[in-house]
Design a protein around this ligand. Structure first.
Ligand code: ATP
Length: 445
């Protein structure tokens, strides 16, 4: 099962069940873009909320921002992206397909593909390829100005450093967090959403005093926090690890970087990075904007440019890795064993039969009550077994069936109770309707 095949099954499931569709599907797609459907949007929203809860809500000194995607082009000169946000590109001289020169696996596979056809592959010399996506802004043709769609969401935080300090008066250390879209002209998008040209990031910039002991303390704190986030959401422990980036891999701004990687069917792959950015960003933006971005420490009266520790997560990659981790084939069924906190629906409600108005009416009242608190699915198609399997496949942790006992027919002593069935154990229990909310709530704590 641990083969590329698993990825193909997930791609198919995502389309069939409304998680993720190819972008611009009816027009034949647009390479490197994906659209999230009804269930994918819920899952993504829940993942972002879980991130926001851990990073922003559970810390006193972390503030959120939502910066514009299009920024003054000078920002990208300041951040170094116009000159150094590059990948090495090589072109196959036989078929003119282009690859990242540092992607040894794909280069090797491409060579083998040609070798099978008795062709000898030859490559052009690597040239640098800038990943920033350009757009033109303005209403007069010929006077439109060049802007970039942000290549990472980080800059939008650093350019607001002074605004946040002046408006919120934070004490060191403090953080600014953001979730939003980023765009990269990736040479070779692929592996489903893993490498896309439009994707979403969730980032924290954690500002500290420029001091080595402080740095060590906070760098290990954030590494641990972020790893615990994945584990707390049920990621399999031996499928997730840290890997320190080699010096040659480091981005232009980074002094040290650790990736959190997940073992996918296509190898160990980066889900997020924890980066030591020191004072790169604030110094550069000070220099290029001419604004003083130093911080006056109210406790010591010292003025300094803070150092930055960044945690930079890919929302789409986390989502893909949660799907890979949750996907299980058991006997006759496919189950997404998603943690209830991120599952698109928390519970599904079924009337035993759809042609019995009393059952439907009672089931509707249970559905409406639960819907005040959770995202709830309604299903009255086919038989109960099919409905269970259908919910298993989209990761709904609980299914509730309203039957004749619920109505208290024939003097049943089970009036106002329902059957609740657990996705993972498939066990069924009989509980009172009045206990349902607390029962489901417990799984979310
Ligand atoms: P890679 O080496 O895979 O290209 P990166 O090291 O350039 O990634 P960062 O610039 O550190 O990535 O971006 C932070 C996070 O943003 C990554 O860990 C990843 O989760 C996400 N990300 C980056 N590029 C993409 C992409 N093309 N598609 C989807 N997510 C991405």
């Amino acid at each position: 099962m641990e083969t590329q095949n698993k990825l193909e099954k997930i791609v198919a499931l995502c389309k069939r069940r409304g998680f993720i569709f190819p972008g611009s599907d009816i027009y034949g797609g647009l390479k490197g873009t994906w659209d999230y459907g009804p269930l994918g949007s819920e899952l993504k929203f829940n993942i972002k909320q879980a991130w926001w809860n851990q990073v922003v809500k559970s810390h006193e000194n972390i503030f959120g921002v939502q910066a514009a995607i299009m920024m003054n082009p000078k920002v990208w000169e300041g951040s170094g992206h116009t000159t150094t946000f590059n990948d090495p590109l090589v072109e196959c001289k036989v078929c003119h397909e282009r690859f990242r020169a540092d992607n040894e696996e794909e280069i090797k596979a491409h060579g083998e593909m040609h070798a099978k056809k008795k062709e000898k592959v030859e490559w052009t010399e690597p040239k640098t390829f800038n990943l920033l996506v350009e757009a033109r802004l303005g209403v007069v043709e010929g006077e439109k100005s060049l802007v970039y769609l942000r290549g990472e969401i980080t800059a939008g935080v650093h350019v607001n450093f002074k605004n946040v300090v002046d408006s919120m008066h934070p004490k060191m250390p403090f953080g600014i967090a953001q979730i939003g879209k980023a765009f990269r002209n990736e040479i070779n998008p692929g592996n489903f959403t893993y490498r896309s040209r439009e994707f979403e990031q969730a980032e924290l910039q954690w500002y500290i005093k420029p001091d080595q002991a402080e740095w060590e303390k906070w760098f290990s704190y954030w590494k641990e926090q972020r790893m615990n986030w994945f584990l707390g959401l049920g990621m399999t422990k031996d499928k997730i690890r840290f890997r320190q980036q080699e010096k040659s891999e480091l981005a232009h701004y980074a002094r040290e970087a650790w990736d959190i990687e997940y073992e996918t069917p296509f190898g160990w792959k980066e889900s997020e990075g924890i980066h030591d950015r020191k004072d790169w960003d604030l110094s550069r933006h000070s220099q290029f904007s001419g604004q003083d971005l130093s911080y006056l420490d109210p406790e010591t009266n010292e003025r300094y440019i803070p150092w930055v520790i960044e945690t930079s997560a890919g929302v789409d990659r986390s989502l893909l890795f949660f799907l890979l981790d949750a996907y299980t084939e058991e006997d006759e069924r496919i189950v997404l064993k998603l943690n209830p906190k991120i599952a698109p629906y928390k519970v599904a409600v079924f009337p035993l039969l759809k042609n019995k108005p009393e059952l439907v009416e009672k089931a509707r009242s249970v559905y409406n009550e639960l819907k005040k608190h959770f995202n709830v699915a309604w299903d009255d198609r086919g038989n109960i077994g099919k409905r269970y399997f259908s919910q298993d496949e989209i990761g709904t942790p609980f299914c509730v069936t309203i039957d004749f006992d619920t109505l208290g027919e024939d003097g049943s002593d089970k009036k106002d109770t329902v059957t609740i069935r657990d996705r993972d154990t498939m066990k069924q229990e009989r509980i009172a309707i009045s206990e349902l909310k607390a029962y489901i709530q417990k799984s979310l704590e």
